[in-house]
Design a protein around this ligand. Sequence first.
Ligand SMILES: Cc1ncc(COP(=O)(O)O)c(C=O)c1O
Length: 258
Amino acid sequence: MTYGARVLASCDRLWLQRPAFADYDRALKAAGVGETQPLQIGQGGFGPGDGVLLNNPHNPSGKLIEPGWIRAIAESGATVVVDEAFMDFLEAGDGWSVVGLVETFPRLVVIRSLTKFYAMPGLRLGYGIAQEGVLEEWQQWRDPWSVNSLAAAVGAVVLSDRAFQRRTWDWLAEAKPRLVEGLRSLPGLTLEVGAANFLLVKSERSALEIQTELLKHHRIFVRDCMSFAELGESYFRIAVRTVAENQRLLDGLGEVLG
Ligand SMILES: Cc1ncc(COP(=O)(O)O)c(C=O)c1O
């Protein structure tokens, strides 16, 4: 993210979809970006002075962004950074990834993370995909030894673990629709289903109250959305877990919302 922010910092205007993962603002501020413009999905009017930071699939909604629109932005000459941290949850990117566009557009950068799909956040391993010139530029200022040897070794293993990838896609295809169905049957909750391994839930009751009660009575901690200024107390975001764990959550929520 730090690299992506630095690429964008040289733009005259920077466009960012909101709500946005809180680290974007931190990274952009650290890179010296003053303010950002609110980005509407599908909008036009970009040019070479513009920088656009996209998150596909989007955290926290899980929504996907049409690659055709991303191509159109790149064609305008704008600098585009696409954070595909959750893209691996779609089987083979399912045609949604824009990694294939990088060779055409020198101002397009895709950033990826291994920490989500491979459940290894503590190892801190991710990568950027960009044309050679961009990568050579990064090489001049990036931290030396930014990947430790354990992360490098594990990264090589997980990327070739086809069985794990298959299992993960199969698990999500089964567990997510069941969780969605269960959530939709509970009073006061609404949700749109995105493409990621989490669900953004809108709640009539305060999400903070629900969070506290779930923790107190069921020892389940759901993530509130207070770090997304636009969402606040009306939303919480839950991870899709095993079918049994999801059921435990549904039972607990059922009692809390009773
Ligand atoms: C959209 C998005 N991008 C990037 C990251 C950062 O991932 P990592 O932990 O691999 O740095 C996160 C982490 O939550 C995220 O939600």
